[in-house]
Each structure stands twice: as structure tokens, then as C-alpha cells.
Ligand binder design. Structure first.
Ligand SMILES: [Ca+2]
Length: 505
């Protein structure tokens, strides 16, 4: 799906790599040996790392040296990012490089409309690596038809939460890889009650996850991507569809049968990870980037352990479903107009560097020979990598996550077989992408109403799952919701957008 690397980009990478050894890849090519003063860049970026990298980090300094910058990065944990960015935008006191996770946020759109950010459309073509990002990432990150935002690349398939399970347990119990929700149910049941680890104790659980990691159940039952289903020529929100009720009952039954960890309502990501790594749970739902992390840990004590990410799950009428990252990007960068044009161009140069093969490797893998060694295309991390907090897609890799499918299929130290299998699964997933009639559509006028509806539906669903609300009470609640004024406004707005989108086609 990615475009081949154009020659200019390749040459640029080589040019830069050669220049590094001599002069730290000076970006001011005029003026011979004269070193330009580093450009100070302030920015705030979401970072999932548990230990966040600081200014004294050698790789941070290397990045600054190579890009002639003085980086002032404020890392923000993912959990508080939405509120932090909202407050930041409201203050209008914006960093030189403003990172936004959600381009649909009304306050962001308002500021763009007011002309607070640079329209980067005329400049992008001058930056070979930025230009080489996939067309769909650029197209989908447009605001008002222009490039105010530089997309932070993220692959379309493989990066979203979807089931992965213990293949060695499955094989030992002579069960097939599940393709339907019923089959998945039976596998989780067997993982809980049929002693998959054969230690004679009932000490495993089918599935470990938090509530949002079960989104795939609702989507699979609805046989559709996105939050809206096309029925009778109209878009209907998944939240009130009958298929979502069926999905809810599937989860409730799994919860009642105790094949899902009862800590579901309070589960944290680290607990899910631990449950898999300790062989306490047979399945979870995460991005494919976790596959090798789990296998590597499990094989320390059990060389046969294996984690298989599913290629798809079929809905009630057989339509395969896999989640996708709508748009081909995860967050985007904007540059406020308060930054003068020459500096704005330097910042674009900085962003361009991170999408050069060299820059992208530097932030995600570190330095060859120091942070990793490479053999047959497989990289092995050194102790120094741990010391310098080098993590693919986190820390400095949060600025530019890896290009291509690397972040979902590959990993430091991955075995060639798992690497190849992951590639095949990404190909299979690419062929199983369901229809997404609401792609690119998000309520604008009713943004807050929609957000609050989604949140209240989640609360109600959880109550049903844990037995605080009956399914009859849920049905009555949904019926009432459909008559809610805010609900009807959101539905009307999305359908108006949908008619506009499809009018010319
Ligand atoms: Ca057992």
C-alpha cells in the first residue's frame, strides 16, 4: 500500500548519512563549514513510554546535532492527552510545533479557521521525505481542504486493538484458529476450563482486557468499520443497532461465564500485558506491535509459547472484520503563525528528517553498533538501547513512529519466522477490511453531544455486563436515547455530511 521510495528520497538519505560522519549532517548547505545556530523548537508530544527520555539523553543530543536543533519537548502521557491539548489550544499559547491527536476537535478547527496556523500546502513538495508519506495519510489529514497538519504516519492495518491468542495452547487442545464469534467464545472457554497449560490446576483465564479493547466485538457483530452503519440508504449509529445489543450479550455471557477477567471495568494496560506474559491469560486484544514483546517474554521459560494475532473475525452473515486506523495517521503536527516563515521552514526540515530512512531509524532503533546489531535484516537490541530508553514508537520514536509496516510486523530481535508470519497476517488483514460508509465523517456542530453520547453508552454497556442493569432496562434506555434531541441532531448532521460526500459520486 505504501508508495515505493522515490530516488530523491533515497539520495537524500545517503547524502545525509554521509554528511553525518563529517559534520553532523548540517542542514545549512551554503556557507561551507560554518555551523548554523541550532533552531530552538518547542513542542508537546504524546508518549506511551513508562520512563520518558530527557534532554540529557545521548540519542536526543544526536538528533539535535543532526538536525541543527535545540529541542524543548514536553512529553504528555496518553491518558491525559485530550484534556492537555484542549487546555493548550484554549490558552492560545502554542508551542512551535503543536501536536494534535484529534483533528476533529472543534477548538482546533476554530483556531485553524481563524488563521492561527500556517497553511503548509505550498511548502510540502520541497521536503522529499514528507512528500513520500502515503497519499492517503496526506489526504485524510487535510483540514478545510488544505494541509495545515503534517500527519504522523501510522499503518492502516495491524495497529488497532484486535484479538491475539496463545497458538501453542490452541494446538495442544486441537482447536482451530477461531474465525467467528462463536468459535472465539469456545476457544476462550477452553482456555479457562480445560487446563491449557496442563498443570492440573484451573489457573488460567480466556481473555484479559479493558473495556475498549472489546470494541472489536461490537464492530464484528455490526460487520462494519467506523461508528456508523449504512442501512436503508441512511447512516445509523452503531451504538443503537440491534447487532450492538447482540455484541453486548456476547460480552455479558463471557463475563458471567468468567472467561473474561472479572477486573474488566478497572483493568489497566500493564495488567493485561502481565497476564499474557505470565501465561495467566490465553488471549487479549491489542495492536500487533505487542506480538513479539509477548512471545519474547514467554519463550524465556517456555520455548514453544506462541502468540497468534487473528487475521479477521466473521460477523453473523459471514462478513470478515478487522479494525483499521482511519486515515493512515495517528496524530498530526501544526505550526502556529506566530512562528516566522524561515523558522517554519526549519521545522518542516526537522519533520522531514524524521521520515528519512536514517532519521526514522535513529529515533526508533538508535545507532547501529551502539543500540542494536543487525543480522539477516533482524535487529537485536544491546544493553545500551535499554539504558538510553530506545523504544520503537515511544520516547523519541513518538515524534515519528516507524515508516511502513515496521511498527506492527517487526521488532528488535524478532525471530524471522514470526516476522514473516506477521507480514502475512497484515496482508490478510488488508484484504479483510470491512466497508466503512462513514469514513472521514465526524460531527462538527454536535461534536460535544456525540462525545457525551458515546461515553454514556459505554457506561450503560458496562452496567449491563457486570449485572447492574438488566437487558430490558438497556432496551428501554436505547429506545429513549433514540428520541433524545441531541441524538437526533447528531444523526441528522452525519447524514447531511454523508449526502454531501456521496452527491457527486
Ligand atoms: Ca492450568
Amino acid at each position: 500500500m505504501l508508495k515505493p521510495m522515490p530516488l530523491c528520497r533515497l539520495l537524500f538519505g545517503l547524502l545525509c548519512a554521509g554528511a553525518v560522519m563529517l559534520s553532523g549532517c548540517s542542514f545549512t548547505r551554503t556557507g561551507g563549514e560554518q555551523r548554523a545556530k541550532p533552531t530552538v523548537i518547542t513542542t508537546q508530544i504524546m508518549n506511551y513510554a513508562q520512563t520518558m527520555v530527557g534532554e540529557d539523553n545521548p540519542l536526543w543530543n544526536e538528533l539535535e546535532k543532526r538536525t541543527q536543533t535545540d529541542l524543548k519537548i514536553t512529553w504528555i502521557p496518553s491518558t491525559s492527552f485530550d484534556d492537555k491539548i484542549r487546555m493548550l489550544l484554549a490558552s492560545r499559547d502554542l508551542p512551535d510545533l503543536t501536536f494534535a491527536i484529534n483533528l476533529n476537535m472543534p477548538i482546533l478547527k476554530d483556531l485553524v479557521k481563524e488563521g492561527l496556523f500556517w497553511d503548509l500546502t505550498p511548502y510540502i513538495q520541497e521536503y522529499p521525505n514528507l512528500s513520500a508519506l502515503p497519499d492517503y495519510s496526506w489526504e485524510n489529514s487535510k483540514l478545510f481542504g488544505k494541509h495545515y497538519a503534517v500527519p504522523r504516519y501510522y499503518p492502516v492495518v495491524g495497529g488497532e486493538q484486535f484479538p491475539m491468542l496463545r497458538l501453542d495452547w490452541l494446538e495442544r487442545m486441537k482447536l482451530n484458529v477461531p474465525q467467528t464469534m462463536d468459535e472465539l467464545y469456545r476457544v476462550l472457554y477452553a482456555f479457562t476450563y480445560q487446563d491449557p497449560d496442563q498443570n492440573g490446576k484451573q489457573d488460567t483465564i480466556g481473555f484479559s482486557g479493558y473495556f475498549s479493547s472489546l470494541q472489536f466485538v461490537f464492530s464484528t457483530f455490526n460487520e462494519t468499520g467506523g461508528a456508523w452503519k449504512l442501512r436503508d440508504g441512511m447512516l445509523h449509529p452503531l451504538i443503537t443497532e440491534d447487532a450492538s445489543r447482540d455484541a453486548l450479550l456476547w460480552i455479558k455471557k463471557a463475563y458471567d461465564d468468567k472467561i473474561i477477567d472479572p477486573n474488566l471495568p478497572i483493568m489497566k494496560l500493564t495488567q493485561m500485558e502481565e497476564a499474557i506474559k505470565r501465561s495467566e491469560a490465553g488471549a487479549t486484544s491489542l495492536s500487533m506491535g505487542y506480538v513479539w514483546k509477548f512471545i519474547e517474554e514467554l519463550r524465556k521459560t517456555n520455548p514453544r509459547a506462541d502468540i497468534l494475532p487473528l487475521s479477521f473475525l466473521k460477523g453473523p452473515s459471514g462478513v470478515p472484520y478487522v479494525p483499521t486506523t482511519e486515515g493512515g495517521f495517528f496524530g498530526a503536527y501544526l505550526i502556529p503563525k506566530s512562528v516566522p516563515e524561515p523558522k517554519m521552514k526549519k521545522i518542516l526540515q526537522f519533520l522531514d528528517y524524521g521520515y528519512s530512512p536514517e532519521g526514522n531509524d535513529l529515533v526508533n532503533f538508535g545507532l547501529k553498533g551502539i543500540h542494536y546489531t543487525e543480522r539477516d535484516g533482524i535487529r537485536t537490541a544491546t544493553e545500551q538501547a535499554k539504558k538510553d530508553l530506545v523504544i520503537i514508537g515511544d520516547n523519541l520514536g513518538s515524534i515519528w513512529r516507524p515508516l511502513g509496516d515496521t511498527q506492527v510486523v517487526s521488532a528488535i530481535g524478532i525471530s524471522p519466522e514470526i516476522n514473516e508470519r506477521n507480514k502475512r497476517i497484515v496482508e490478510q488483514r488488508s484484504r479483510a477490511v470491512p466497508p466503512n460508509p462513514s469514513a472521514g465523517l465526524y460531527p462538527e456542530k454536535n461534536y460535544d453531544a456525540w462525545a457525551s453520547l458515546l461515553s454514556s453508552v459505554n457506561d450503560v454497556r458496562m452496567k449491563v455486563i457486570i449485572g447492574q442493569m438488566t437487558i430490558e432496562a438497556y432496551d428501554a434506555w436505547i429506545l429513549k436515547l433514540k428520541q433524545d434531541d441531541r441524538y437526533q441532531k447528531v444523526v441528522a448532521e452525519i447524514n447531511q455530511m454523508y449526502r454531501q460526500k456521496t452527491a457527486g459520486k
